[in-house]
Write a protein that binds this ligand. Structure first.
Ligand code: IMP
Length: 183
C-alpha cells in the first residue's frame, strides 16, 4: 500500500520508502562487520517488526538464523505497563548465542527493557538491539540501542509493520496517522 491509496488517513510522511531502504543497507553493513565469523540469531518481536525483519535479514551478507516472539503488556488499560506476558516464546535455546533483537519502534522503552532482561537471563553470549524507530521524547526508561534507524517525534505513526487497529501495516512508508482516524 502507498500513501496515495489512503491519502485522507495520513497527516504527514515521516520516513519514505527510499529512506528506509538506504538506512537498512547502512545498518546491515555495520551488523555484518560486527558479527563477522559469529553465529548470529535475529529475534523479532511480533507483529510490528515483521516487515523490518524481512528487509533487514535480506540485506545481510552473513549467515544468520531467525526466531520470533510475541508479547503483550499487562496492566490497567495502559498501553505499556512494563509488565509483559509472553504469548509466543522462542523456539530456539539461546544459551551461548549472539542475539540481536529486531524491534519496529521504541516508545516508552518498557517492553524492550523487560525483554532484554528476560533474554539476557537465559545465558546469552551477547545481546543487542536493532530498532528502526525511536521516540526519544516518550522514553520512560533508557534502552541501549546499538543499531538505530531514525529518531522521530512523539506522534502516533503507522506503516512498515506498524498498525492502528491492525491496519496500515502494509503501508510502504512511515507516516503520522491523521487525528480524525482515531478521534
Ligand atoms: P513501549 O513499551 O512503549 O516502548 O512500546 C512499544 C510498542 O508499542 C511497539 O513495539 C509498538 O507495537 C507500539 N507502538 C508504540 N508507538 C507506536 C506508534 O506510534 N504506532 C504504532 N505502534 C506503536
Amino acid at each position: 500500500m502507498r500513501e496515495s491509496d489512503v491519502p485522507d488517513d495520513l497527516a504527514e510522511t515521516l520516513v519514505t520508502e527510499e529512506q528506509i531502504t538506504a538506512k537498512i543497507a547502512e545498518l546491515a553493513a555495520a551488523i555484518d562487520a560486527d558479527y563477522a565469523g559469529k553465529d548470529l540469531l535475529l529475534v523479532a518481536v511480533l507483529k510490528g517488526a515483521f516487515v523490518y525483519m524481512s528487509d533487514l535479514v535480506r540485506a545481510l551478507s552473513g549467515q544468520v538464523t531467525v526466531d520470533f516472539m510475541a508479547v503483550s503488556s499487562y496492566g490497567a488499560g495502559t498501553r505499556s505497563s512494563g509488565v509483559v506476558k509472553i504469548n509466543k516464546d522462542l523456539d530456539t535455546d539461546i544459551t551461548g548465542r549472539h542475539v540481536l533483537i529486531v524491534e519496529d519502534i521504541i516508545d516508552s522503552g518498557l517492553t524492550l527493557s523487560w525483554l532484554l532482561e528476560n533474554l539476557r537471563s537465559r545465558g546469552v553470549a551477547s545481546i543487542e538491539v536493532a530498532a528502526l524507530l525511536r521516540k526519544p521524547d516518550a522514553a520512560k526508561v533508557q534502552v541501549p540501542v546499538k543499531y538505530l534507524g531514525f529518531d522521530i517525534p512523539n506522534a502516533f505513526v503507522v506503516g512498515y509493520g506498524l498498525d492502528y487497529a491492525e491496519k496500515y501495516r502494509n503501508l510502504r512508508s512511515i507516516a503520522v496517522l491523521a487525528p480524525h482516524v482515531y478521534a
